[in-house]
Design a protein around this ligand. Structure first.
Ligand SMILES: Nc1ncnc2c1ncn2[C@@H]1O[C@H](COP(=O)(O)OP(=O)(O)O)[C@@H](O)[C@H]1O
Ligand SMILES: O=P(O)(O)OC[C@H]1O[C@H](OP(=O)(O)OP(=O)(O)O)[C@H](O)[C@@H]1O
Length: 192
């Protein structure tokens, strides 16, 4: 049986990377794989364990078909390595850090994907982004504005497609969100 693509998305600062790290061990114990993203952001930048490449390298990799999914946002390019297809084909579930803006394109390629939207109140988001210190205050405001435009439910928003979407709140302590994620994935497995 084909594995399931679990597509985690949410605004900058909602805790995607923290959740991926915290849930990694229990999910790997269940055979779930984690894709390492390729990003045109310097490798030493704070945050996730991604492969940092130059824009030219990214274009070359993309042209060679190295990515199962790729998108541009926040002035950066992001790629999910094509090796996830072999993992899915061998029946393993794969969890990725996705983009709200790319969700519909991702569904075209993976119609069975499980979409999970991580959310946090905007005031908490701003505080977390400032505390993380990876972006400038101006970049943080741009990310918050991007988030508001998705939340408004207009064209291109995650809510506009009418497709199933699980919402996971990360306003509370991270261990609580991890438990809810594991529970949600268990339920989804039983429905599959
Ligand atoms: N549940 C939580 N409670 C408190 N702080 C959190 C929680 N989840 C994430 N954070 C913090 O919020 C900041 C943004 O989280 P991060 O995982 O980098 O978000 P994202 O990957 O979605 O941008 C980080 O400094 C992280 O430590
Ligand atoms: O369409 P969106 O949902 O806005 O997503 C755009 C991009 O922003 C996030 O990445 P990134 O790691 O750069 O940002 P973050 O860690 O600040 O969330 C997310 O993982 C997407 O790659």
């Amino acid at each position: 049986m084909q594995g399931r693509l679990i597509y985690l998305m949410g605004p900058s600062g909602s805790g995607k990377d923290s959740l991926l790290q915290a849930a990694r061990a229990p999910l790997e114990a269940h055979g779930c794989r984690f894709a390492r993203r390729v990003i045109t952001r310097s490798a030493e930048s704070v945050g996730e364990d991604a492969v940092g490449v130059t824009p030219a390298e990214f274009e070359r990799l993309e042209g060679e078909g190295a990515f199962a999914l790729s998108w541009r946002a926040n002035g950066l390019a992001y790629g999910i390595p094509v090796e996830i297809d072999a993992w899915l084909d061998s029946g393993q579930d794969v969890l990725i850090n996705g983009s709200r803006g790319h969700l519909e394109a991702a569904r075209q390629r993976y119609p069975q994907l499980l979409a999970i939207l991580l959310r946090v109140d905007e005031s908490v988001l701003r505080q977390r982004l400032l505390a993380r210190g990876r972006e400038t205050p101006e970049q943080i405001e741009q990310r918050l504005a991007r988030s508001r435009s998705f939340a408004a439910g207009g064209q291109g928003s995650v809510a506009a497609s009418g497709q199933p979407l699980c919402v996971l709140d990360n306003s509370g302590p991270l261990p609580q969100t991890v438990s809810r994620l594991l529970q949600l994935l268990d339920e989804a497995r039983q429905c599959a």
